[in-house]
Design a protein around this ligand. Structure first.
Ligand code: KG4
Ligand code: ZN
Length: 347
């Protein structure tokens, strides 16, 4: 088979991402160029993502980003052989922008279009790193919307071992950060503050830690953080956001420790259960330094290899969508050749 190029478009939430990967016969697909625009600043004023604004901004960004990717890659649109886009899950209006543009490009170029599952993008994103994993592996998928442990035997061979029954890990970070006055999305701000605090300062619950299964629950933790923060505020006679920096840092550190401990212990349990010696961590929370440090240490003890996406590819991006499509194509899936009546799957 000859080499071919896959253009990937991501627009499921608040980042517009476009990327071009090249697929060759034997090796892993290669990332030629990618471009990303984050809307986070725009949504910050509202304390969360405003779907309507997100859709409108994707429309503004997606074509300029595509132009940027094409010129950075030294290719032209006529070199694109397949157009991939995020089909879901995500915000319906936001997804429709990527789907619409991908299908229009496909129609204009006379090339097939492929919808990709957003989580498969995250899952396969470590294959873009300098230290790509080999199948099979256990995957810990921790993003703002999802928390899952999976057994992955190959492209398209995914078995869910456990997942959250309520909030996602990233949601737990974000909601705790918000109530500590750290803005939105506060995951990375909370983790930075946590590094200055004492993780044993407050006793917070580790939900489902001993449940014997591989499921997660983070909704109760968020409530416990709120109760603890209010107690501290009452003792100091101030509002939560006005708490002294050291107290906030201790709260942040204790919160992070609770989330990370559950994620680490359940990942180790999944490795035990599957008897696999390889762990892949993907999704925005995979950027968390404390999580990485603890997983690295625990896995080293057990002779388990851990793989991460590169830091800048942990959160949403176009590269992972192009990569997932490319790996699917390499694994032999067929794309229907008729004109794509495009749709999205928000859930
Ligand atoms: O994968 P992602 O970009 O979005 C979804 O598909 O949901 O992940 C975003 C999530 C947010 O909840 C964000 O707060 C969290 O990842 N996040 C972090 C860190 N960086 C991003 N959480 C903890 N520590 C970090 N360093
Ligand atoms: Zn994501």
């Amino acid at each position: 088979a000859k080499d071919y190029c896959v253009l990937g478009i991501e627009s499921s939430c608040d980042e517009t991402g476009v990327a071009l990967v090249q697929v060759t016969d034997q090796r892993l697909p290669v990332l030629l160029a990618h471009a990303l625009y984050s809307q986070i600043e725009m949504h910050q004023a509202y304390g969360g993502v405003v779907p309507e604004l997100a859709s409108r901004d994707h429309i503004r960004r997606v074509l300029p980003l595509t132009t940027e990717v094409m010129s950075a890659s030294g290719k032209s649109l006529s070199d694109v052989d397949v157009v991939a886009f995020t089909r879901g899950p995500g915000l319906a209006g936001a997804l429709l922008v990527g789907a619409g543009v991908a299908c229009a490009l496909g129609a204009a170029l006379g090339k097939p279009v492929l919808g990709v599952h957003h989580l498969e993008g995250h899952l396969l994103s470590p294959f873009l790193s300098n230290d790509p994993p080999e199948f099979p592996f256990v995957a810990l998928l921790v993003s703002g919307g999802h928390t899952q442990l999976m057994r992955v035997d190959g492209v398209g061979c995914y078995q869910v071992l456990g997942e959250t029954i309520d909030d996602a890990a990233g949601e737990a970070f974000d909601k705790s950060a918000k109530l500590l006055g750290l803005g939105y999305p506060g995951g990375s701000a909370l983790s930075e503050l946590a590094e200055m605090g004492n993780s044993a300062a407050y006793k917070l619950p580790r939900p489902l830690l001993h449940s014997g299964d591989l499921d997660f629950s983070f909704a109760g933790l968020k409530t416990a953080v709120m109760v603890q923060a209010k107690k501290c505020a009452m003792a100091q006679g101030c509002a939560v956001e006005a708490l002294p920096h050291v107290v906030l840092a201790d709260l942040a550190s204790s919160t992070q420790a609770a989330i990370v401990e559950v994620l680490v212990k359940k990942s180790l349990a999944a490795l035990m259960r599957t008897q696999l010696k390889r762990l892949v961590v993907a999704g925005g929370v995979g950027a968390n330094r404390d999580l990485r440090a603890q997983l690295n240490a625990e896995c080293k003890k057990r002779q388990v290899c851990v793989h991460y996406p590169e830091l800048h590819l942990c959160t949403d991006n176009g590269a992972m969508i192009a990569m997932a499509a490319a790996m699917r194509l390499q694994s032999g899936i067929q794309i229907p050749s008729e004109v794509y009546a495009f749709d999205v799957k928000p859930r």
